[in-house]
Ligand binder design. Structure first.
Ligand code: OSB
Ligand code: MG
Length: 394
């Protein structure tokens, strides 16, 4: 692989007047999933979506906190994010005008962890900033692609037949890459059968931490199937054993859960813990960190791709913008709205064309209309956090 030296420049870094955010609104919205989604850590049949919006100068920006209801993928939950945003992050954001992304990121860095909570608020700020500048998110962050390649992540199914059916369905819809969730007991035989029926597709697997280094031999059997990657086979915070495993298998390891920020990404690459990185804006704490990881990997010729967290259209719109950056050379887990929900919270919904690509919107901000009537009809909790009067009107 050849390292590129080109530096990505972006309008985001050009200084503008500070933005005085007047209020933050957080809410949960329950959306049923079209089909249950099962991973090595459990199954869900609806998604409690956590939406954030911020208001300044008559404009509104939207973001999404991707945390789940239970602390399984990560320690964060909808409940912890609610607490951390309401009691710490929103007050920090409202305390004085926000100069730029680095300023906001530095304020949030004073609180340890809680990356998904931080990202949710930061996304809303960036959408607002883009609207204020009349630019699309993609333009603002230095995106280059007009369309992005996408794949689909298929959960563990009750039977192999049901899985094979779904593989056929999504391939016929155009998706460029199939990712299979695996766990002990649902791995080698399943992958062998999918590969036998589809010798030439881009195929990957995601274990969500379900194995240990003692499974090295077992995992090496996956080398027979010409997989694009094996995602996060081992423990969420273990770069050491991933490096050990990567030295013993041919299939590239891609880290998801382990990459919690730019420093971890650098360590993982230098230790040889992975050859590919999955970037999720929520997991790494916002665009500021996601862009840094992108730039690091791009400068070293390490492929990255955009992961998903079964987001609503608002989180998905941010993922689409991120994936328009030049280093996102592999298809993302950015599927059509209809792959997840009967009705999405944005208009128009996200569509995948028969070549397996999604259009990057060019309208200001997230580039989709937010369907506030639908969101309101599905809202379970809502809280508004205002700038205190003395600070808002000095
Ligand atoms: O590990 O990538 C993952 C969904 C929820 C939590 C973790 C993961 C996933 C997915 C689905 O794989 C990706 C998507 O289509 O949103
Ligand atoms: Mg994953």
């Amino acid at each position: 692989m050849q390292a590129r030296t080109e530096v990505v420049s972006r309008p985001l870094e050009v200084a503008t007047d500070p933005l005085a955010i007047e209020r933050v609104e957080i809410r949960t919205v329950r959306l049923p999933l079209n089909e249950p989604f099962e991973t090595s850590f459990g199954s869900i049949d609806s998604r409690l979506i956590f939406l954030v919006n911020v208001e300044a100068a008559g404009l509104i920006g939207w973001g999404e906190v991707v945390a789940a209801e239970e602390p399984r993928y990560s320690y964060e939950t909808v409940g912890t994010a609610w607490h951390v945003i309401r009691d710490y992050l929103a007050p920090a954001m409202l305390s004085r005008p926000v100069a730029d992304l680095a300023d906001l990121s530095a304020r949030f860095a004073l609180f340890r962890g809680h990356n998904m909570a931080k990202a949710g608020l930061e996304l809303a700020y960036i959408d607002l900033l883009a609207r204020e500048k009349g630019q699309s998110l993609s333009q603002l962050i230095g995106g280059r692609r007009a369309r992005i390649p996408v794949g689909v992540s298929l959960g563990i199914q009750p039977t192999l037949d049901q899985l094979l059916h779904r593989v056929d369905r999504y391939l016929s819809q155009g998706y460029q890459r199939i990712k299979l969730k695996i766990k002990p007991g649902w791995d080698i035989d399943v992958v062998r059968e999918v590969r036998r029926r589809h010798p030439n597709i881009l195929l990957s697997v995601d274990a969500n931490c379900a194995y240990t280094i003692a499974d090295e031999k077992h995992l090496r059997a996956l080398d027979d199937f010409d997989l694009l990657m094996i995602e996060q086979p081992l423990d969420h915070d273990d770069l050491f054993d991933h490096a050990n495993l990567q030295s013993k298998i041919r299939t590239p390891i891609c880290l998801d859960e382990s990459i919690t920020g730019p420093a971890r990404a650098k360590q993982a690459l230098e230790m040889g813990s992975c050859r590919i990185i999955n970037i999720k804006i929520g997991r790494v704490g916002g665009y500021f960190q996601a862009l840094a990881i992108h730039d690091l990997c791009y400068s070293r010729g390490v492929p990255v791709w955009c992961g998903g967290m079964l987001e609503s259209g608002i989180g998905r719109a941010h993922n689409i913008a991120l994936a328009s950056l030049p280093g996102f050379s592999l298809p993302g887990d950015i599927s059509a709205s209809s792959r997840y929900f009967a009705r999405d919270v944005i208009v128009p919904e996200v569509k995948v064309d028969d070549e397996g690509t999604v259009e990057v919107p060019q309208d200001p901000g997230i580039g989709f209309e937010v369907d506030l009537d639908y969101i309101t009809s599905k809202t379970q909790s809502l809280e508004r956090i205002e700038a205190s009067v003395s600070e808002a009107r000095p």
